[in-house]
Ligand binder design. Sequence first.
Ligand SMILES: [Cu+2]
Length: 113
Amino acid sequence: MKKTLLTFVLAILAVFNVAQANDDKVVKIKTTAICEMCKARIERTLGLSKGVKESNLNLKENVITVTYNANKTTPEAIRKTIINTGYDADGQVANQKAHDKLPSCCRKTATPH
Ligand SMILES: [Cu+2]
């Protein structure tokens, strides 16, 4: 009986998941990227992270636009990924260790090039 109930609950959850599969949202996050390498690095890292469908960093405005599945990730998690890549996210300061691993041209002290 317990097993039947579990199967039933799982079936309901599966249906619920399918119904919400297209729950895409977009978030814009201010960051501290400097050059094309930063752009490629952040977009690649976000692309590999859970729930992120698409990301595009505008180097002029230093804003990254991320399309994500709201059932799989959150803007907080996305900001955290950016921070752990070595860049600020919406005023939250980059992880210092990750930032120090960046090539010197990509650090916050570097001038735009
Ligand atoms: Cu860079």
